[in-house]
Write a new protein. Structure first.
Length: 113
C-alpha cells in the first residue's frame, strides 16, 4: 500500500459526487508519484482506487487531471516506455511519473482552478 501525504485513502468514498474535485485528484496523484520516486511510475488506477470505491468511473477524470499536470510540467505520461504528449489523442494503458525537474527537488505546491 502506498503511503500518502496530505490525503487519506477513500477520501471521496460515500460522497454524493463520486468523482470529487480535480484538486483532490491532483494532490493524490502528485503524492503517489512522489512516494514512488524518481525513475518509477504509477498506474492512474492507483490514484482512482485510493479515492473511491467505484474507481473505474473516476478513470477519465484522473486521466484528464494527469494531462493537465503533464501540461504544467509536473508529471510525465508514458505509454510503452515512451513519453506521450498530454495534448495528443492516445488510447490504451498509460503510466505516470514525476517530471525530471520535480524529482530533483521542488516545493510541491500546486494550484488548481
Amino acid at each position: 500500500m502506498v503511503q500518502r501525504s496530505g490525503t487519506t485513502g477513500g477520501a471521496l468514498n460515500g460522497a454524493t459526487d463520486p468523482v470529487g474535485d480535480n484538486a483532490m485528484i491532483a494532490r493524490e496523484l502528485l503524492a503517489q508519484v512522489a512516494v514512488r520516486g524518481a525513475g518509477r511510475s504509477i498506474c492512474p488506477s492507483e490514484v482512482a482506487r485510493a479515492l473511491v470505491t467505484d474507481w473505474r468511473a473516476l478513470m477519465p477524470r484522473v486521466q484528464e487531471v494527469a494531462r493537465q499536470l503533464a501540461r504544467d510540467g509536473l508529471v510525465v505520461i508514458t505509454q510503452g516506455g515512451e513519453k506521450r504528449d498530454p495534448n495528443a489523442d492516445w488510447r490504451g494503458p498509460i503510466r505516470l511519473a514525476q517530471a525530471p525537474e520535480r524529482s530533483a527537488g521542488s516545493n510541491g505546491a500546486i494550484c488548481w482552478p
